[in-house]
Design a protein. Structure first.
Lengths: 142, 142, 142, 142, 142, 142
């Protein structure tokens, strides 16, 4: 038991949260990650193409995917993270602010590098997230 | 000119922002405020009613309105506010975090007091917002 | 009391409406106005730009904002206004028809003048709306 | 040719409209009709049931369908009908106003009669619509 | 009675289905058909135009309509059709797969022929659908 | 190289697909899995609760999550899988049909067992999916 708590210092926090939280408690940064991968791939494919019709579609499809990535990040920030997490990881607010702004940057830019920057910020968030959960579920790693 | 800048210390920031921002630059906390008013009114009307059908509808309609208020707040936080604003108003991240969490609380609760708490937090955000803009537009005040 | 009624001739109508209306009663033409401002600003920024990627994004983002303005106008027309309003303001149906058609025109056109025409029609609607309410709330004018 | 025009007095109007209309020109009141049928059927099934879980789902699913019916009606009113139609059918504005208000009434009420009232108003609109088109397409009648 | 059953071999199935189905039972391939008509018309109008602004709008509006056609087809496939239908029409899965893929093809292509191919597949589905229902309702054919 | 192909027999198919596919190529059954987890958890929490307000919210929130799971499954079926996959896994159409129908069942039922059944079907799909990809990406397993 103590071992489990050592692995997951937020275990108690979450039990507390469970009492005041009405809903399902299912959060996973994979949702933002998958949309951000689309953003990145679309930008790369558009860059490699010289078909103006394809490039037009890439522009608005990238916009939609970046908006979804942004939404998933906002939900994580507001709904999953609790004050004790912010005490432990004081960079959280700024990190989410930069990550959601990076979604906007990836809309505004046709450069795949902006998609990569977004992926990197989501990976930073994921690392913290999985630490607070004590590890990934089996269906991801298995 | 100097007088205008005195009234709006963010004037220069915004001019800078205009160069890197692709989009329309139209932000207004009234969007979140109006949805939060619905949240509050729905909770009050549901509390005053003893019609179970009405109360059921109130529950899911309040949920929708609170989600829209949350969305408008997220957009303001990520898209409107820039680092110099956060330097001037260091409470911004925490204020938006509490306000978006208050949207969740107003979903989870049937108590109109949670709607009022949300309205109060939006008013705090609005006050800062309009200071950074140097005042409200004529169509609001006129 | 009579003074208040003089200021707001629809006061009684609304009390009646409150009995048959299930929901929140919160309406505000500011919602349509803010989206229409975006439509107008996007058209102006696109006109001033010669970046084809920016102009493409402007086209579909303007479309989205015009659709939202249209939706907010439709809701006002159907849900807020009642037969006694139409008796007092017989131009209401035609005014809303022209305003929602102006949303379509602002989609079809890249000319900022179409955004301005939409803003003007929304201001005409707003003037009538606030007369029926007896004035704007403090959070707008204050 | 004159025969065709006799069958469809709006034929010329539509040709004109085609020049200023950017988009597809495909309108069909069947879209509103199908959603309104759902509204009606859901109300009937909920009335016949005494399962509270089923009745709860019926309430919010009816709400969604009524919103879609309303949206399809608004689109027809604003986007399909043109001033010459209103000259020919001066009841159009009021008819659409009552039909979209009937969508709201069908949300507020658990009574299937409100769904039937909505269906009747959509049938009135459909009759006018198909007159202006000169008849239904083969894929509907065939 | 036997005559009716001869006309509609699925009559019994549907009665059974009605017992386990919670919801409204209203399905109509007209929903997919109408969106697919838009897809086809938009592609034709874009092909005939040499206005780049119009063509841009056509690209993303066609995308939206094709997505709606796809959604309506998915709903029919999953929610309306039952195992006995698939026994009677073993081509159903593949037909829906090709029809929903045709929605994707009509997004990817500016060629109106892809819209026509989608319309043809929807007509194949409609023919089966109306056979399982024993014919179209009066409001369509009347 | 031959080893890689042995591990992923679809490698060539995908290269071919890449030539005719306009878009990003990012698919991941985790999207459906995460929504289905919510469906399951919501049903469990509602079952354990005797707060009618909480149970009402659970009903419509579960409905939304099940709809999202369904959508993600439909997209995988139509957009990711290609004819050679169906040759290799002839059960695919029926598996997706049962999985998307299981989303509907999980809406209709308050029993967590229906959420579990959905999770099991998604796991069956995931197993096939990851075989066709030659394994999961590092960000999932790492």
């Amino acid at each position: 038991m103590r071992l489990l708590q050592a692995l997951n210092p937020f275990r108690d926090i979450e039990t507390v949260a469970a009492h005041c939280d009405l809903m399902c408690g299912v959060y996973n940064p994979a949702q933002a990650r998958i949309e951000a991968e689309s953003v990145h791939e679309i930008a790369k494919k558009a860059q490699d193409s010289d078909d103006p019709y394809f490039k037009q579609r890439a522009t608005f499809l990238k916009e939609e995917r970046a908006e979804l990535a942004k939404h998933h990040l906002w939900v994580l920030w507001t709904d999953y993270f609790k004050p004790p997490h912010v005490e432990e990881y004081p960079q959280l607010h700024d990190l989410f602010w930069r990550a959601t702004k990076a979604c906007g940057d990836a809309k505004k830019s046709a450069d795949p590098a902006d998609g990569q920057k977004l992926l990197d910020l989501i990976d930073e968030i994921s690392e913290i997230f999985w630490k607070t959960k004590g590890g990934k579920p089996d269906w991801m790693t298995g």
